[in-house]
Design a protein around this ligand. Structure first.
Ligand code: FE2
Length: 342
């Protein structure tokens, strides 16, 4: 076979980043630094396309890959880089995410429109719904003046620690799964980290269609007097098997328990075990602390692109000051169900 020379002059090289973690034979995050100041976007796109299998394999193995100093400055550039990975887009409108987001291109949207002071706690993207993306990608258009990092956490390492420290809680999570309850507004509320309206979330325009969709999803629901919709998921997995024999704490437990708080939602009522029993508050706080200790805070720079395997790593958002524009893209929709007990 003849090797084809693509004439691509763009070369990114493996690099170490400050506070990079080591877990066994893996690092977190894995990182590449891009070309010099003359590097062009077409060159970077070709490089990503040529390296796509290796990049996704590294992302799976290490949990996240940071591409730093890439010639990516806006949502269109980021769209082109993500497209070069050759994955199927998971459009925001098809998701059951509770965050308000604004599409910038077909496959790129704002990460979360919640106000700067709102902290978003660790979670696997959309693990609180039956549909979730295998991959999540971020890029920074404008870095915040202060704060605004995207913390990342290796979920397999977190689960190992939780199992060692709180075995009863870890096992209860695995054996019963988790059920999530949230109250969705009648219309989008951008002041909340979970302000997406029920119409937008469910992709419907009337109550009858909403009820049909909820029934298909096996959710329970209750209409509120003010037009809001309270919905409870069926039991969903809280611990999942990931590649390489790894078990991951695949859920939104920390985010729901610590952060699902707005005019409509009370975090203490947002999550229970799949059999309806309440969570052990102390164990949840211990899990939250462990995740925080394991956090790698990605301090954004313009030209950063982060590739995250959503089945291996959790992400979050620190509060910030000033303008911050981080855009996101999802790929490869997966479905999850909690196995019924015989
Ligand atoms: Fe997220």
């Amino acid at each position: 076979m003849i090797a084809i020379n693509s004439m691509n002059t763009f070369q990114a090289i493996e690099t170490a980043v400050e506070k990079q973690q080591q877990h066994g034979e893996t690092v977190f995050p894995y990182a590449f630094v891009g070309g010099d100041a003359t590097a062009s976007l077409p060159g970077a796109i070709s490089w990503v396309n040529e390296q796509r299998e290796e990049l996704l394999s590294l992302t799976n193995r290490h949990g996240a890959v940071l591409l730093r100093d890439f010639p990516v400055t806006d949502a269109n550039d980021f769209d082109a880089v993500v497209s070069a990975l050759g994955l199927t887009n998971f459009p925001y409108e098809q998701s059951l995410s509770n965050a308000v987001r604004i599409n910038r291109t077909e496959r790129v949207f704002s990460a979360n429109e919640a106000p700067p002071e709102v902290q978003i706690f660790f979670h696997h993207e959309m693990a609180q719904t039956p549909l979730y993306p295998r991959w999540i990608f971020f890029s920074c258009e404008v870095a915040a003046e202060r704060g605004g990092a995207t913390p990342l956490c290796r979920s397999d390492v977190l689960y190992e620690r939780l199992l060692a420290d709180r075995p009863a809680f870890a096992n209860a999570c695995e054996e019963t799964g988790l059920m999530y309850t949230n109250v969705m507004p009648d219309f989008d509320d951008a002041n909340s980290g979970m302000g997406r309206s029920w119409r937008s979330t469910l992709g419907v325009d009337c109550r009858e269609a909403a009820e049909q969709r909820l029934a298909e999803l096996n959710y329970a629901w209750e209409w509120q007097n003010d037009g809001c919709l309270k919905a409870t998921t069926p039991p969903l997995p809280a611990v999942a098997d990931a590649s390489g024999g790894r078990k991951v704490f695949f859920n939104q437990l920390i985010a729901a328990f610590c952060g699902w708080k707005d005019d409509r939602n009370d975090p203490s009522k947002s999550i229970r075990h799949g059999d309806g029993t309440p969570l052990d508050t102390e164990a949840v706080l211990a899990a939250t602390e462990m995740a925080e200790e394991l956090s790698f805070d990605l301090e954004w720079q313009v030209g950063d692109v982060a590739l995250i395997d959503n089945t291996i790593a959790m992400h979050a958002r620190r509060p910030f000051q000033g303008r911050r524009k981080v855009v996101a893209s999802l790929a490869e929709m997966q479905r999850q169900v909690f196995p019924a007990k015989c």
